[in-house]
Design a protein around this ligand. Structure first.
Ligand code: ADP
Ligand code: MG
Length: 567
């Protein structure tokens, strides 16, 4: 038996680990299962390149609770360690074996999906355990080893009689961490972090119905089978060509078992140069309450769940989407502000934006009718994107739609073309009439329609910001709400509407109405009394209303989504 002192620069690193390594103690399990996965994938690689002449088989990782002894076990059938390797990989804190492995097998091991690279993963066990044992047997023909450490820098290392290949980690759970001896706690942690890891993970057993016999003799019987908690081959790791619509939908259900609505469409991300990124994003049907729509994209690294806070990695307007992003190239041990400055992360974010706009464009081109049907469910995301991401704005013109109150849909170019004869003002500016509320502005809408104008229905909460932007980018374009006085100034094609009232009567009526209208900034406009539209309209200058609106909304903090760009 050897005893020794763990090679650390700080005299006792364990209290530090416990306190500072990860704020979240629960991630110890993710780290240990990751190591077990790494060990299994390393063996797979070594057998594939002929360096290990052992049977790879169908290795499973098992997580087991022993309530009586208050221990938690993580058992793998991976490559194992010799006593020397335990010395080297375990005793030298922060010496990351994964990194060494990848260095050594740089070219052949690039795509093995090996996870570890911080070198402190294993020691996170001490966040929840007062004593940790490793019993391990290497695939090499050498005796098994047994390492024990109680959380001080002292350890013991002796031979063990373990005969089967692989490693068992035994955690003697600390008194203040006994929650990790509960089945439901471990089960929910495994589901959270390891649901899509590449090696099967067994946690207990479950009952399954199985048919025995044939024909009339057939009987259903309950049998106990391994409870495998993960899908080792999730949709995003496959090629888009391998997947049908149903596959994307069933993967969506797997990600969000409690979500009943189908997603509107999906975007498969798949790139390996100049960075590595895979994933599937879904456009959900947005609910009215946009607040609850964030934190739905899950970030993975090599199929290990990392976080559902993708702020800084995904452009903000896309945090309203759902789905999965998997990239080993996102630095995780850094602050969010660093992330935003990181060149690689910026590239990833731009790539995602581009993929989303390409997909929207092709959906629009392939089936415009369907796109129009979905418009109301996706417009908030798109409009927000146009306002916050210049790169998205550039592309969005090709598929952004402007619906009319009669459910017709125009692109901006189509609008310009359509309105150029009938809806211009004296200066030759195109005047786009719009309503924000079909009910409340009904009278104005009808009156505009009676005059032969088309009225858009623009009812998003951020529409006034988008309008400002469109106007400043399109010199000859002006948006005017139907209840503004501007409608008077339009050049009318045919002036058929004639009032039944005499000029004198009209003047009297106007004065009478004006007396009860509160402000001098409103105008009273009499309509043709025999039309379907309102008999008179109270209007106000467009700029007056906008000024009021802008000062009321304060111009920022949309849906609590951070700072809105200055208009
Ligand atoms: P990393 O995973 O980043 O390399 P860890 O602290 O998690 O760092 O693990 C340190 C090293 O210990 C690993 O690189 C590996 O060589 C070894 N190791 C840990 N767990 C196992 C295991 N279950 N089987 C084989 N080797 C292991
Ligand atoms: Mg590790």
């Amino acid at each position: 038996m050897t005893t020794g002192k763990i090679n650390v620069s700080v005299e006792n690193i364990f209290p530090l680990i416990k306190k500072f390594l990860y704020s979240d103690h629960e991630i110890f399990l993710r780290e240990l299962v990751s190591n077990a996965t790494d060990a299994t994938l390393k063996l797979k690689h070594l057998t594939q390149i002929g360096e290990a002449s052992v049977e790879y088989g169908n290795p499973v990782i098992e997580v087991k609770i022993d309530k009586e002894n208050k221990t938690l076990h993580i058992i793998d059938q991976g490559l194992g360690m010799t006593a020397d390797e335990v010395e080297k990989y375990i005793n030298q804190v922060a010496f990351s074996g994964a990194e060494e492995f990848l260095d050594k097998y740089k070219d052949s091991a690039k795509d093995t999906g090996i996870i570890g690279h911080f070198g402190l993963g294993f020691y996170s066990a001490f966040m929840v355990a007062k004593k940790v044992e490793i019993i391990t047997k290497s695939y090499k023909d050498e005796p098994a080893a047994h390492w024990v450490c109680d959380g001080s820098p002292e350890f013991t290392l002796e031979p063990s009689d373990k005969t089967d290949r692989g490693t068992e980690i035994i955690l003697h759970i600390a008194d203040d961490s006994e929650e990790f001896l509960e089945d439901h706690r471990i089960s929910s942690l495994l589901t959270k972090y390891n649901k899509f890891m590449p090696v099967p993970i067994k946690f207990g057993t479950k009952t399954e119905q199985k048919a025995f016999g044939v024909g009339e003799e057939e009987k259903m019987e309950e049998i106990q089978v391994d409870n495998i908690i993960n899908n080792t081959n999730p949709a995003w790791t496959k090629q888009p060509t391998e997947l049908k619509d149903e596959d994307y939908e069933s993967f969506y259900r797997e990600l969000y078992p409690m979500q009943f609505e189908d997603p509107l469409f999906n975007i498969h991300l798949n790139v390996d140069y100049p960075f590595n990124l895979t994933g599937i994003l879904y456009f959900p049907k947005l609910s009215r309450d946009l607040q609850i729509q964030k934190d739905k994209i899950q970030l993975y690294q090599n199929q290990v769940f990392v976080t559902d806070n993708v702020e800084g990695i995904v452009p903000e307007f896309l945090t309203m989407l759902r789905g999965v992003i998997d990239s080993p190239d996102i630095p995780l041990n850094v602050s969010r502000s660093y992330l935003q400055a990181d060149g690689n992360v910026k590239k990833i974010s731009n790539y995602i934006t581009r993929k989303v706009s390409d997909k929207l464009k092709s959906l629009f081109n392939e089936n415009r009718e369907d796109f129009e049907k979905k418009w109301n469910d996706i417009k908030i995301v798109l409009e927000y994107g146009m306002l916050s991401e210049p790169k998205f704005y550039e592309k969005a013109g090709a598929f952004t739609l402007y619906p009319t109150v009669d459910d017709k849909f125009y692109t901006l170019e189509e609008l310009k073309e359509k309105f150029k004869d009938n809806q211009t003002d004296k200066d030759g500016k195109l005047v786009v009439l719009y309503a924000q509320d079909k009910e409340a502005q009904h009278g104005y809408i009808e009156s505009a329609k009676a005059k032969g104008y088309e009225v858009l229905l623009l009812d998003s909460p951020i529409i006034s910001h988008l309008i400002q932007k469109l106007e400043s980018d399109n010199e000859n374009l002006q948006f005017v709400r139907v209840d503004s006085d501007h409608i008077d100034k339009l050049i009318q094609k045919d002036e058929t509407a004639i009032s039944k009232l005499s000029d004198e009567e009209q003047e009297k009526l106007k004065t009478a109405i004006q007396e009860v209208v509160p402000s001098t900034n409103y105008n009273v406009q009499l309509e043709a009394m025999d039309s379907d539209s309102a008999p008179f309209l109270i209007t106000q200058p467009e700029f007056m209303r906008r000024m009021k609106e802008m000062s009321a909304s304060g111009g920022g903090g949309m849906f609590g989504m951070g700072n809105f760009p200055e208009m």
